[in-house]
Design a protein around this ligand. Structure first.
Ligand code: ADP
Ligand code: MG
Length: 338
């Protein structure tokens, strides 16, 4: 392109950056054409059903500009892998567009690429292409991930597939990432160094439940599934709207980590943050009752906590009951960018 104004940069040339730091992430994936062409070329089985998802992360919105570069990279990739997990899709590859402000150094890019490499190994996915641009604005990373539905899957679990009478389940523990963010923002303090580490790590490096999601969909065990990125209640609301159903959530059944339990005991007001705060990237499932035993068995094999937290109703609203079965007065609000 012809630039209006070439920004100052600490980096070697654009193509040198791509060759030195991004090509190693693509080299093992023939579809990338070694990042030497205008586009990638994917050969597919005839019956392949592609699952494609995009998510961007922006400094100052999704992470702190001075976070570790490898953490930023891994979060950018993981939020996309979490969407594949929620659809039970087996990863194929991803595209990455990165907009770099002028203060980014070569060492930063190296560290960033190492983070991507680490997670590519963990999740079995490779870089197929992308774009690298400069920006006068904040560091922005947009990733598009491509997966395919397992052959044995009858259909992809969709938000509109929940049915009254379904059980509502979630993986892992709720609220850790939202509290981790509060700790990093210094609006919350915590004495235990271990708990501080745990909660901030949950914010920085979400854990996509990829192999669990794939197995559940391979075996056709769930109606609706999504990842909890914008808060349990807000995300549940998406399922309810899409399916035209209501839900009951029993807060006493929601699993909390020891760190989150302690904080909520000390400050009961935090329960609202926990129920509505984002960034957990756990899976939320709506399942027919009869598949529960098999789902529990698979979760156990995968060593993932999976708990029934409520049920889907024929109503219109989400009701949250507390320990004493009293209706907990809560406003359902998930994160919205605007
Ligand atoms: P174009 O001229 O079409 O913008 P580029 O010159 O930007 O293409 O990119 C050259 C090659 O490098 C392409 O194969 C592209 O997919 C790849 N590439 C550029 N940036 C990235 C990136 N951030 N991640 C992965 N591949 C990239
Ligand atoms: Mg380009």
């Amino acid at each position: 392109m012809t630039s209006q104004k070439k920004p100052p940069s600490n980096l070697p040339g654009e193509f040198e950056v791509i060759r030195k730091y991004f090509l190693p992430l693509a080299a093992a994936y023939p579809a990338s054409l070694r990042l030497q062409d205008d586009a990638a070329l994917l050969s597919l089985d005839q019956a392949a059903r592609l699952v494609i998802t995009a998510d961007a992360v922006v400094a100052g919105v999704h992470f702190f500009a001075d976070d570790r570069p490898d953490f930023i990279a891994r979060k950018a990739l993981r939020v996309n892998i979490s969407d594949l997990a929620a659809k039970g899709a087996e990863p194929i590859g991803y595209f990455m567009t990165i907009a770099l402000p002028s203060n980014i150094s070569e060492a930063w890019i190296n560290h960033f690429a190492k983070g991507l490499f680490q997670d590519q190994q963990e999740f079995g996915i490779g870089l197929l292409g992308g774009d690298t641009v400069s920006t006068p604005g904040p560091l922005t990373i947009s990733i598009t991930a491509i997966g395919q539905l397992p052959k044995s899957a009858i259909q992809m679990p969709q938000r509109q597939h929940a049915k009254p009478g379904d059980l509502l389940l979630m993986t892992g523990t709720l609220g850790d990432a939202a509290l981790g963010l509060k700790l990093l923002q210094k609006t919350l303090t915590l004495e235990s160094e271990d708990f501080y580490q745990f909660l901030t790590q949950r914010y920085w490096i979400p854990q996509p439940r990829l192999s669990l999601g794939i197995k559940l969909v391979q075996n056709n065990l769930v109606h609706a599934m999504m990842d909890i990125s914008d808060g349990l209640l807000g995300d549940l609301q998406h399922i309810c709207w899409a399916s035209g159903v209501g839900a009951i959530v029993r807060s006493s059944l929601i699993p909390f980590s020891p760190a989150t339990s302690l904080l909520c005991q000390q400050k009961p007001d935090l329960l609202e943050t926990v129920l509505t705060g984002g960034d957990d990237y756990e899976l939320l499932l709506s399942i027919p009752k009869e598949t529960l035993p098999l789902i529990k068995e698979i979760a156990q094999q995968e060593q993932i906590f999976l708990n029934v937290i409520g049920e889907i109703t024929a109503g219109k609203n989400i009701e949250v009951f507390d320990l004493l079965n009293k209706n907990y007065p809560i406003v359902v609000k998930g994160f919205q960018h605007f």
